[in-house]
Structure formats: structure tokens, C-alpha cells
Design a protein around this ligand. Sequence first.
Ligand code: FES
Length: 84
Amino acid sequence: MPTVVVCVGSSCHIKGARDVIGRFNELLREHGLQNEVVLKGSFCMERCGEGINWQIDDEPLSSSSVEEAVRVFRTRVLGCAEQG
Ligand code: FES
């Protein structure tokens, strides 16, 4: 089961981390995957300068915008989860 962690520290929060979590949640519900993917928040990932920081399992990711994060999530998480 993939685990997606989104940083909700103050720097990422200002850049839209809360919206990212909201969109990820909506997408999981739309795809019926809310029980297949673990979605959680984390304290500062200590990469504040890099964008909105999040990770899929142990892979660190940084997105320049909410939309960019959603694009990666669609490909990487919804794609993977649907195949599995
Ligand atoms: S607040 Fe997200 S990496 Fe620091």
C-alpha cells in the first residue's frame, strides 16, 4: 500500500500544502482508493526552499505548485494504485 506524506510545516503550508492534501483526498475518493493509499501530513521535512515538499513512500518530491503536485500524484499514485 503506497504511503503519501505531505509536509504541513509553515513554509509548505504557505505554498499550498493544505490544498495539496485536500486535492489528493478528493482524488483518492473519486477513484475509490481511500483505503488503498495512506495519506498523512508531516512536520517540516527540512527542505523548505524547494517548493511544496512531499513524498511517495521514501522518495522525496518537491512541487512548484498545487497543480504540479496533483499531476505527479495522478501519474505516480493513481496510476500505480490502479495497476496494483
Ligand atoms: S515546511 Fe515543508 S520542508 Fe520545511
